[in-house]
Design a binder for this molecule. Sequence first.
Ligand SMILES: Cc1ncc(COP(=O)(O)O)c(C=O)c1O
Length: 369
Amino acid sequence: MPLIPPHLRSPGPDNPFPGIWVLKRRLGQEIPHRLGSNEGLDMPHRALREHFGDAMVEHVYCYGDAEALGVRERLSKTQGFDLDSLLVDAGCDSLLALVLRATAPTGSTVVSSAGTYPTFGYFAKGQGCRLIEVDYEETAEHLAPDIDALIRAAHDEQAQLVYLANPDNPTGYVHPKQSVERLRRELPQDCWLLLDEAYHDFRDDAADPAFARALPGVIRCRTMSKAHGLAGLRIGYAIAEPEVIELLMKVRIHYAVSTLTLAAAEVVLDAPDETRTHIEGVLKRRDRLTRHFRELGADVLPSATNFIGIRLKDADLAKQVHADLLNDGKLIARPAHPALGHVLRITAVADALEPGRLARLERAVTEGL
Ligand SMILES: Cc1ncc(COP(=O)(O)O)c(C=O)c1O
């Protein structure tokens, strides 16, 4: 079992406000009269109703379900997770922060890849962790988080936690299940593995039932921002063994996910066909973008996400292309980390496929300037 910080080893702290939804479930009865809670109970808002409609008003004036049971039940039913191996929070970013808060106290060492999704490192540094970054494995075919380097660094640096985005942002690379299992096996026993699976829904093998199992010593985080289109509402979920979920619940901000968000997530999870259609559209556009740029001679990285990464000949050219496109009102992504400064990331939206839209990038690919 990975290390649990000493202050979280004994029972508590307990959430002082589990809320009425949790209380109703604990008592097994309805509580029709709310006379002690401190929300704006008497103010269903007129202006809000006029602007957003009745449903909005019904959702917003009470605190929501701190255990997000409706969302967890739907995730459990559709993907086979055990209910008690799921925790819902305000997006994958919030989950990264939550996991760090629960597992990696100030002064502890965490390991990541130099140039990967930067929010993890930002939160780790903000918490006073010592952040060690290892290089990517770069070959002619791919740019991948280096599993062996992560394992080595975890041992050498006595890491408390290792972070891996899988599929990775910004490269799009996905390590197969077996590599992740090996990573877990070869990490020190007392080191956590935090797997950021924000792009899981775009994997070819996303529906493999093996992903429903919580793995010992592993905390996986997912989002409804991408395949489910709810980025603005902020919702994601963690998958881990029940005792690890209990640990995370000790330090979670109990009402971080709004009532409206929970309700919207339930509606979206009840319409899986729409999500599937969306994913299929993304994958088609991603393949078209890949083909288009490869035909021009670009070094398009293999991607299991909703974007493609293109390696340019150097960081200076990538910086220039990024700046020129932005000057022209077109924002693509370029990692801020110098280790991946030569990579540009383009999202597989229809607009990116409009003829001429990325002409500046096409010129960089064909003429090298
Ligand atoms: C790897 C990775 N993790 C987490 C996130 C954040 O997801 P959320 O919107 O759920 O906070 C992103 C968003 O781009 C991401 O790329």
